[in-house]
Design a protein around this ligand. Structure first.
Ligand code: MF3
Ligand code: CO
Length: 252
């Protein structure tokens, strides 16, 4: 396994890739409402990415047919946008998006409520987001990678939610997926030592029920085995000599 250390020039490109992706997510957050289809979100998201002179990195990645992964309710990740899948009040929807700017990738995910949602759904979304920030406390030079994993896992355990194990975060840079893999659950090994210049996509996927997931017959959509709701929160992060730098999140 080799984990790349980005140069100052590469970091500058990744900062821009991250900032542009945050803009896309902000616009998508404002766009989500009852009555739109998941394909409407994909079309709009792709336009937002291309309008910024960037390329949607998910499109055609391993054959994935869209630019934005749109996952509703019990769908964990990689939901395929469809014109007949209409969002309704009370749904929760996870939007996972990424783009390429001058050859450098960014990747981030948010889960939104559609209209008014249940208190249970609100708490799941909030806990998933906070678990990312609990992990982030350990995203520092000199720490070991799996300290991030354990912090996410420990925080989520206090809610009794399930931490998805079949999918993990990842390094990111010239490629969407680089080493290392970043599990969201406790590991027996401590993992690599983190160094300044590493760029990581940390992305807890959390189920209201059990951690188990299954793949639908489309070979993409991952759903909870027990039908419970699932939430996803992801940012691209730069390891520095001090505080980690959030490349895809400059505000709440
Ligand atoms: N953000 C996801 C990831 O981190 C989505 C990529 S899957 C794709 O792996 F095929 F849709 F690109
Ligand atoms: Co990712």
């Amino acid at each position: 396994m080799s984990v790349s250390i980005k140069s100052a020039r590469e970091i500058e490109y990744m900062r821009i890739a991250g900032r542009l992706l945050e803009e896309v997510h902000d616009e998508l957050a404002a766009f989500v409402r009852p009555g739109i289809s998941t394909l409407d979100i994909d079309r709009y998201g792709e336009k937002l990415i291309r309008d910024r002179g960037c390329i949607p990195n998910f499109l055609h990645y391993n054959g994935y047919p869209a630019s934005i992964c749109v996952s509703v309710n019990d769908e964990v990740v990689h939901g395929i946008p469809h014109k007949k899948r209409i969002l309704k009040e009370g749904d929760i929807v996870s939007l996972d998006a990424g783009l390429i700017y001058k050859g450098y990738h960014s990747d981030a995910a948010r889960t939104h409520g559609v209209g008014r949602i249940s208190e249970e759904a609100r708490q799941l979304i909030a806990a998933t987001k906070q678990s990312f920030f609990e992990g982030l406390k350990f995203a520092r030079a000199g720490r070991h990678l799996h300290e991030i994993s354990a912090a996410i896992n420990d925080y989520i355990d206090t809610f009794g939610y399930g931490v998805v194990q079949d999918l993990v975060g990842h390094g990111i840079g010239e490629h969407l997926h680089e080493d290392p893999q970043i599990p969201n659950f406790r590991q027996k090994r401590r993992g690599i030592k983190l160094l300044p210049g590493m760029t990581l996509a940390i992305e807890p996927m959390i189920n209201a029920g059990g951690w188990q997931v299954v793949w639908l017959d489309d070979d993409w959509t991952v759903v909870t085995e027990d039908g419970s709701l699932s939430a996803h929160y992801e940012n691209t992060v730069l390891i520095t000599n001090g505080e980690p730098e959030l490349l895809t999140c400059s505000h709440d």
